[in-house]
Design a protein around this ligand. Structure first.
Ligand code: FES
Length: 83
């Protein structure tokens, strides 16, 4: 049985199973956009899912440009959308 953890994404609590990627956990919480584009503020989410495209970048505990499809969610992380 997997352990449930929680973290915040843009200030909203997200529950997930330990070991899930940040991207998977956020999308599973029904929030599809991980960030918006700098020009035009178009929503972006997972595109490649393997760390190549950088469409899924977020700010993880104050560190910018982190690929959420590659980073394992940890309890009490503070995740923010990149702009
Ligand atoms: S979805 Fe492409 S790098 Fe994360």
């Amino acid at each position: 049985m997997s352990k449930q953890i929680s973290f915040t994404f843009n200030g909203v609590a997200v529950q997930c199973e330990e070991g899930q990627s940040i991207a998977a956990a956020v999308i599973n919480s029904r929030t599809l956009a991980l960030r918006k584009t700098r020009f035009g503020e178009e929503p972006r989410s997972v595109f490649c899912g393997i760390g190549i495209c950088f469409d899924c970048v977020v700010v993880v505990d104050g560190v910018a440009n982190q690929r959420s499809c590659l980073i394992e969610a940890k309890a009490d992380m503070n995740i923010e959308s990149s702009s």
